[in-house]
Write a protein that binds this ligand. Structure first.
Ligand code: SF4
Ligand code: SF4
Length: 118
């Protein structure tokens, strides 16, 4: 079962997950595409289900696919779709961070923004 990055990563990406993934299957898009949020994606066919990324994410954005909250279910498909929509050359495994070391208040505000209650 691959893991999934949800929209909780959008505009927050701090790339902590990228640093621990043993197979480099977490990617950022290097081209603008309004169909996708500014976030990272897990290539589901490359993910080896090691679970190393989940505890590293300060924003709580990563879930095993069977455990993705209902309000983020669409994100599972989006993680797969984006790799159909773009060629390998349009991704990077060394994305730049946007917002690092969030405070608990920032994390809470992000949950509220997306209507998520833990
Ligand atoms: S579960 Fe493991 S292999 Fe899959 S994205 Fe996370 S760190 Fe990478
Ligand atoms: S650690 Fe979480 S917020 Fe940071 S880039 Fe990865 S999924 Fe996004």
């Amino acid at each position: 079962m691959p893991w999934v990055i949800t929209r909780l990563c959008a505009d927050c990406q701090d790339v902590a997950c990228v640093k621990v993934c043993p197979v480099d299957c977490i990617y950022g898009l290097t081209v603008d595409d309004p169909s996708y949020r500014k976030m990272l994606f897990i290539q589901p066919e490359e993910c080896i289900n090691c679970a190393a990324c989940e505890p590293e994410c300060p924003w709580g954005a990563i879930f095993e696919d069977a455990a993705v909250p209902d309000i983020f279910k669409e994100d599972t498909e989006i993680n797969a779709q984006v790799f159909q929509a773009h060629s390998k050359e349009e991704f990077t495994t060394t994305p730049e961070p946007i917002l690092q070391h969030p405070t608990p208040e920032q994390i809470d505000a992000n949950y509220k923004k997306w209507g998520y209650q833990k």
